[in-house]
Design a protein around this ligand. Sequence first.
Ligand SMILES: [Zn+2]
Ligand SMILES: [Zn+2]
Length: 138
Amino acid sequence: MNTSGEAHTARCACGACTITVTAPPQLHGVCHCDHCKQRTGSAFGISMYFKRSDVAAIEGDTKVYAFHHERQNHDQERHFCARCGTTLYWTLSVLPDRIGIAGGCFDGAPFGEPNMSVTHGKKFGWVGLPDAWRVAMD
Ligand SMILES: [Zn+2]
Ligand SMILES: [Zn+2]
């Protein structure tokens, strides 16, 4: 565990579950896939991927939803708060050294603006994104 950097904590809606990181994300994007729309109930998910070694603490009682993501061809384990149901963090079989955290769960957007649009082909037409963002996994 790395506790040298500035710590930022993501938390679920009820506050029972938290995950704290000590460095900025390696990847920071929004994802328009059906799973992200369904898990958030919104137009896209904000996905931040951190090195596992930059995770300083994980607290609270989560349940796990494990499944195979057909469109992106990987196994995923999503940890959601057992009390309020917020998906707080997840792991992907294709990124074994990383942990994904739901970007909206951090207070005050400490890591600024995303720079990548994932599964861009499934973006709702009314969602406008900055031209500078990289399109990944169309
Ligand atoms: Zn909760
Ligand atoms: Zn997605």
